[in-house]
Ligand binder design. Structure first.
Ligand code: SF4
Length: 278
């Protein structure tokens, strides 16, 4: 059976088919060291999950609105300045949601249903496909008025890329809506970034879901057909883990035609005598 295709593979394919080929076909077993930014992201995800595991609706309801953020912050540990700021942003964001529900007259049962996520850090699979799909959803919330669910991503970047996030969450909705993890469809997606305290929510358009379906089908066809995947040379190559192998030691690449930033990177590498990173 083919190895599972994860969301990161799909997004990588969209960014550069060649990078996908390295990650999924040529070197599927190579793991790259995680950056410190990734560690911060993982820590935030873990602590956010803990908040809802420990959250006591009755305690929060007994507090005046101003004290709800402090209560939520108290459910997360003391931390470094960077994470502390993110935890406070998250606490304020969730306190706004809680207070909105309370002011709208939500009962304890309503809060349990609509304030507490129905799933967190959920591993999902869609087996039985030619290439099984696999994902890990940060959070799923039940929507109050529309009998459906919302798939939520946490990001800890400095800027949100909404068009890309539509596709990322569409990948999850594609799995959720074709399997039986949920008893209602996932019609909405949202993202929260505690670093910049930005929240975005919208309904999936049929066009987005169709584009994800078509993109995956195209990818399945390409893998089945075999042969090399095309390069998509952009300034992002500067941060690509496969750049040495892809661009600098391949006879089929005319290095003179590459963007000048990439050529200087190569020159810098040569002069510093750095090793192949792949
Ligand atoms: S170096 Fe550029 S073209 Fe090559 S795999 Fe990476 S992103 Fe794609």
């Amino acid at each position: 059976m083919a190895p599972p295709l994860r969301k990161s593979h799909y997004m990588q394919y969209r960014r550069c088919p060649k990078a996908f080929e390295y990650a999924y076909i040529i070197r599927p077993d190579v793991e790259f060291a995680k950056s410190s930014a990734a560690d911060v992201g993982t820590e935030f995800h873990n602590r956010a999950q803990e908040v809802f595991n420990k959250f006591d609706i009755n305690v929060a309801r007994s507090l005046v609105s101003e004290n709800v953020p402090k209560y939520i912050r108290s459910l997360m540990p003391e931390s470094t300045d960077e994470l502390d700021a993110m935890f406070w942003n998250f606490a304020n964001h969730e306190a706004r949601r809680f207070t909105f529900g309370k002011d709208a007259g939500y009962t304890v049962e309503d809060m349990q249903k609509y304030f507490i996520p129905v799933e967190q850090e959920l591993a999902i699979n869609w087996d039985g496909l030619q290439f099984p799909l696999q994902g890990h959803v940060d959070r799923i919330d039940r929507m109050k008025r529309t009998n459906c669910y919302c798939v939520t991503e946490y990001k800890t970047s400095k800027k949100l890329n909404i068009p890309e996030l539509r596709k990322e969450t569409g990948f999850y909705a594609n799995i959720l809506n074709h399997t039986n993890y949920l008893d209602m469809p996932a019609h909405y997606w949202s993202v929260y970034d505690p670093r910049i305290d930005q929240f975005h929510i919208e309904r999936f358009s049929p066009m987005t879901l169709r584009a994800v379906d078509n993109g995956l089908q195209k990818l399945f066809n390409k893998i089945s057909a075999g042969g090399p995947f095309p390069r998509k040379i952009t300034p992002l190559c500067l941060w690509c883990s496969y750049d040495t192998e892809c661009l600098w030691v391949n006879d089929d690449v005319d290095t003179h035609e590459l963007p000048s930033e990439l050529i200087s990177k190569k020159e810098n590498k040569k002069s510093s005598g750095s090793k192949n990173e792949v």
